[in-house]
Design a protein around this ligand. Structure first.
Ligand code: GTP
Ligand code: MG
Length: 426
């Protein structure tokens, strides 16, 4: 399994549009859920007269196990095709999914937008409270450019070609409006329950000539490991381990770290030399992007470093910003945003209060406006922002992983953003 390319997939879409069922069934067809487990859930769900829930159950059971078994806070599942290996990031209609998608350990390389064809269901997803638009816009804002649309629950509309075309047109218009190139976005008519067009075409949509869902996934390009970029490693935790000393841990986002490297923690500026690097309780000679590691630094005290700092090499230290310009999308703010607003932003493993200093320009419903007074839900805007204290962050174009953030207020994600430029360094 080691040599195949690997992609992180996020499954998005409105609540109840069948994400869990479709994903569970896909995992089963890919051989990632064994037959005995599936039989057990089939039996249990049939016993309560809900036989069709077996796939969602299998997935949710797996999720529970994963959540118990690992220390990270998002559930993930792996499956592989003949061509590629996929890690699925589960994105239920759960409101914290947005934050997880940004700050979680896995970042999406591609997205599957699940849209129900069911009468009323499709319409609900596109309503003002619906998540179909919101999730798609979010994926696009966060730089997830590879997308496939699964037009799901086609069994509920007798696999109607008219309904398929209606959905394809309406969703297509919206996706085009937010910047997706439609020629690269397959719209696959599927049934998560019956399995049509998940792995195999069961002949129910003769009008559709495109790939099955699995074939569409195999059409996605795997990301290139950013090993040639400067090292960036946001600190997730700092441990004290007897006999070893202070061990900061986190995931390498870009670049490579080796023992004996001269490193610096930003914004504190604390320097040190890497002693040993561990991954999965084994010492390794080199840590690469995607690796979750712990590393010891001689002479480092636990007080010297903290979660949220970013590690780089001394000759190419992480950027510390006093002011930056971001493209911000407002999703769910209870009122409106005006200059001076200072919520907490989550970026990398850090969270820091940050002031919306100047609203430079906004785009709403295709119209742009210079220096608006306020921002409302659904607005996308260019904003000059000032962290209340110097913070390690990067522009999205240089380091996508450290150039996107979630804006949190009153326990929920009210906006997301990507950093276009660092205007003033500390
Ligand atoms: P959340 O996680 O709550 O956002 O929902 P979800 O998108 O994961 O949906 P889930 O898979 O839980 O399915 C919701 C309901 O739709 C369940 O009752 C499923 O049995 C039903 N359902 C899912 N897929 C299909 C399908 O392809 N055809 C039909 N007829 N029903 C489906
Ligand atoms: Mg679900």
């Amino acid at each position: 399994m080691a040599d195949k390319p690997h992609l992180n997939l996020v499954i998005i879409g409105h609540v109840d549009h069948g994400k869990s069922t479709m994903t569970g069934h896909l995992l089963y067809l890919a051989g990632a859920v064994d037959q005995r487990t599936m039989d057990k859930y089939a039996e249990e769900s049939e016993a309560i007269g809900r036989g069709t829930w077996k796939f969602a159950w299998a997935l949710d059971k797996l999720k529970e196990e994963r959540e118990r078994g690992v220390t990270i806070d998002i559930a993930f599942f792996k499956f592989e095709t003949a061509k590629q290996i996929y890690t699925i990031i589960d994105a239920p209609g759960h409101r914290d999914f947005v934050k997880n998608m940004i700050t979680g350990t896995s970042q999406a390389d591609a997205a599957v937008l699940v849209v129900s064809a069911e009468k009323g269901g499709f319409e609900a997803g596109l309503s003002a409270q619906g998540q179909t638009r919101e999730h798609a816009l979010l994926a696009k804002t966060l730089g997830v450019d590879q997308l496939v649309v699964a037009v799901n629950k086609m069994d509920t509309v007798d696999y109607s070609e008219d309904r398929y075309n209606e959905i394809k047109e309406e969703i297509g218009r919206f996706l085009k409006g937010i910047g997706y190139k439609l020629e690269n976005v397959p719209f696959v008519p599927v049934s998560g329950i019956e399995g049509h067009n998940l792995k195999e075409d069961m002949g129910k949509t003769p009008y559709y000539k495109g790939p099955t869902l699995m074939a569409a996934l195999d059409g996605f390009k795997p990301p290139k490991k950013p090993t040639d970029k400067p090292l960036r490693l946001p600190i997730q935790d700092v441990y004290s381990i007897s006999g070893i000393g202070t061990v900061p841990s986190g995931r390498v986002e870009t670049g490579v770290m080796k023992p004996k490297d001269n490193i610096v923690f930003m914004p504190s500026g604390k320097t040190g030399v890497v002693n040993t690097i561990e991954m999965h309780h084994e010492q390794i000679a080199e840590a690469q992007p995607g690796d979750n590691i712990g590393f010891s630094v001689r002479g480092l005290s636990k007080k010297d470093v903290r979660k949220g700092e970013v590690v780089g090499h001394q000759d190419s230290p992480p950027t510390v910003a006093k002011q930056f310009t971001a493209q911000v999308m407002v999703m769910r703010h209870p009122t409106v945003i005006a200059p001076g607003y200072t919520p907490v932003i989550h970026i990398g493993t850090n969270h820091v209060a940050c002031t919306f200093m100047e609203l430079v320009q906004k785009t709403a419903k295709g119209q742009t406006e210079k220096n608006p007074d306020i921002l409302k839900n659904g607005d996308s805007a260019v904003v000059k922002m000032v962290p209340v204290k110097p913070t390690a962050l990067e522009s999205f174009k240089d380091f996508p992983q450290l150039g996107r953030f979630a804006v949190r207020d009153m326990g929920q994600t009210v906006a997301v953003g990507v950093i276009m430029s660092i205007d003033e360094k500390a």
